[in-house]
Design a binder for this molecule. Structure first.
Ligand SMILES: Cc1cc2nc3c(=O)[nH]c(=O)nc-3n(C[C@H](O)[C@H](O)[C@H](O)COP(=O)(O)OP(=O)(O)OC[C@H]3O[C@@H](n4cnc5c(N)ncnc54)[C@H](O)[C@@H]3O)c2cc1C
Length: 377
């Protein structure tokens, strides 16, 4: 029987950050991950993620983002890896639409330095896009991309350097509480701990259902496209972006090409719901292909329609599309972070820091009331 202060269950995007921050705080901590480190089976793979302070989802995320940027830079120093490429982030949509006004609201409240671009300025600056006449946008100069698998590996390595133990390719089969401790049964060992952190991504659905919080799992295709001349699509000329046309059901995003694999593209809003995360690799549907063709035909017509490659990934959608980060309301000693609703990875380091404080001290210095479980009841 092995003994730890804390076990982190699920060492993907958020769990790897939690493992690092807990170990750095001096906890005797282990991470249990059903796949290998930095795997491509959950929600934290596909080379890159958009990072941005243009945040229409809710202004309250911006202070957390400010801290996340600091922690990403710290992790770059600790790991010696380049994890961010701040090539800029472009958000564009209907000039009179709600989406852009929400971006502006957050920027005003928290002094984010977004640059307004009218339709002409958008086309002059980024001729790679073909945009409708009523479009406008904001360029967030602090936005760009974060390298996702590299981020997971860097957090795990930094955790190991601080004394954490990582058990990869080992699944948590069950757990029970006895007196003040937990007994955990994995596919390879028995462990006792004082506390547990659950960062199980799309596998959090059953645990949250027991708390009457219905999470949805959405399968997402990630597509890489190229064209004859890729030079204008590399980060020195091309930003990460979101296109939100309020007259269309689709919300598209993309990340600049970082190697020979092409420009990375995806759709955010139209769900393909799964009942189980293990269904994620079912064949590409016609609807998924059609969604991407709309993006290419309407906005990026110079790219080849046939993707160079595609992969599948999962969103875990909470009922209000905001994160869930809290202590278990019924069982002392359990911290939960899930429901990142397709926009969580840029926050991974600050989420790790918050989880560490919640697990060790029962509270976080960050303002996370809007992410608590109580809001659903
Ligand atoms: C296509 C796509 C594009 C995205 N784009 C962006 C973006 O541009 N910007 C952004 O900020 N965010 C983006 N996101 C969202 C972001 O990637 C996720 O919010 C984040 O990565 C979720 O991390 P997680 O730790 O919750 O899940 P995961 O990284 O999936 O980690 C959960 C882990 O738990 C493990 N696990 C589960 N159950 C067990 C068990 N019983 N035993 C052991 N291990 C277990 C799983 O194997 C997995 O490794 C995107 C997501 C997708 C899918």
């Amino acid at each position: 029987m092995e003994n730890f202060d804390i076990a982190v269950i699920g060492v993907g995007g958020m769990g790897s950050a939690a493992l690092y921050h807990l170990a750095k705080s001096g906890a005797k901590v282990c991470g249990i991950e059903q796949f290998a480190a930095g795997h491509g089976e959950g929600s934290s793979h596909g080379d890159t993620r958009v990072i941005r302070k243009a945040y229409p989802e809710a202004p309250d995320y911006i202070p957390l983002l400010n801290r996340s940027y600091e922690l990403w830079k710290n992790l770059e120093m600790v790991s010696g890896e380049t994890l961010l490429n701040l090539c800029g982030f472009l958000v564009c949509g209907s000039s009179e639409g709600d989406y852009l006004s929400k971006v502006q609201e957050g920027a005003d409240k928290y002094d984010v330095n977004n640059q307004y671009l009218d339709r002409q300025a958008l086309q002059d600056r980024f001729p790679q896009f073909h945009l409708p006449d009523d479009f406008a946008g904001f360029l967030d100069p602090e936005g760009g991309i974060v390298y996702v698998e590299k981020g997971v590996h860097s957090h795990i390595s930094a955790a190991l350097e601080n004394g954490a133990v990582f058990y990869g390719e080992e699944v948590l089969l069950g757990w029970e509480k006895f007196e003040d401790n937990f007994l955990l049964k994995t596919s390879k060992r028995l462990i006792t701990t004082e506390k547990i952190v659950f960062t199980t991504g799309a596998w959090a659905v059953d645990m949250m259902a027991k708390l009457n919080i219905p999470l949805e799992i959405w399968r997402r295709g990630i597509f890489w496209h190229d064209c004859k001349d890729m030079a204008p699509y590399y980060p020195d000329q091309f930003p990460s972006f979101v296109i939100n046309d309020e007259n269309s059901p689709y919300c598209y995003y993309g990340c600049p090409a970082i190697n020979e694999s092409g420009l990375k593209l995806g759709e955010h809003d139209v769900p393909l719901k799964l009942t189980d995360p293990f269904e994620r690799n079912m064949p590409l549907t016609n609807e998924e292909t059609t969604n991407m063709n709309v993006l290419l035909e309407n906005y990026l017509p110079d790219l080849n329609t046939k993707p160079l490659a595609y992969k599948f990934c999962m969103y875990t959608i909470s009922p209000d599309h905001h994160f869930i980060i809290d202590q278990h309301p019924e069982i002392d000693g359990i911290t939960i972070a899930c429901g990142f609703s397709g926009h969580g990875y840029k926050f991974a380091p600050v989420v790790g820091e918050i989880i560490s404080s919640l697990a060790l001290n029962g509270a976080s210095e960050h303002d996370i009331g809007f992410l608590g479980i109580e809001r659903f009841h």
